[in-house]
Design a protein around this ligand. Structure first.
Ligand code: 5GP
Ligand code: ZN
Length: 129
């Protein structure tokens, strides 16, 4: 994404009744990822354009965690995953492509990968044992 591009998450945030929003509270909203890596892959996004989790206010942290709890309830009901990977690509060096902070909530299913060992450690494949 170039600096000149419009932020796709701000475009959603600026429209409170946007059809992509699954749920929302004062400072954050939940959408399904546009290019999901598993069924139900969702994103929790602060309404304010900030690049990093470490720039979130206490209020934003509270709202983000509230949506994380809600997302699990909704996704458990709709998709019945075995469990979840929950993660942030916090900055370009960590793989962030949309420069508006977001938490990935990735439902995981039994046997959805031949080798799930390592989980989050696989983000740097060359270091996985
Ligand atoms: P990142 O690589 O920054 O951690 O993740 C960006 C995520 O945003 C990707 O999973 C990508 O599929 C998703 N994404 C990018 N643009 C859009 C969009 O316009 N709408 C939605 N719903 N997801 C998007
Ligand atoms: Zn933004």
């Amino acid at each position: 994404m170039n600096q000149d591009d419009r932020c796709p998450f701000c475009e959603i945030a600026q429209e409170p009744a946007h059809q992509r929003i699954v749920s929302q509270n004062n400072y954050a909203f939940l959408i399904r990822d546009g290019n999901p890596i598993s069924a139900g892959h969702s994103l929790i996004i602060p309404k304010r354009h900030i690049g990093s989790f470490f720039k979130t206010s206490e209020g934003e942290k509270h709202c983000i965690l509230e949506l994380l709890e809600q997302a699990k309830i909704q996704l458990d009901r709709e998709f019945q995953p075995a469990t979840y990977n929950i993660g942030i690509n916090d900055g370009p060096a960590a793989g962030q492509t949309v420069p508006h902070m977001h938490i990935h909530v990735v439902p995981r299913y039994e046997d959805d990968e031949q080798e799930s060992k390592g989980g989050m450690r696989c983000v740097v494949p060359t270091t996985v044992d």
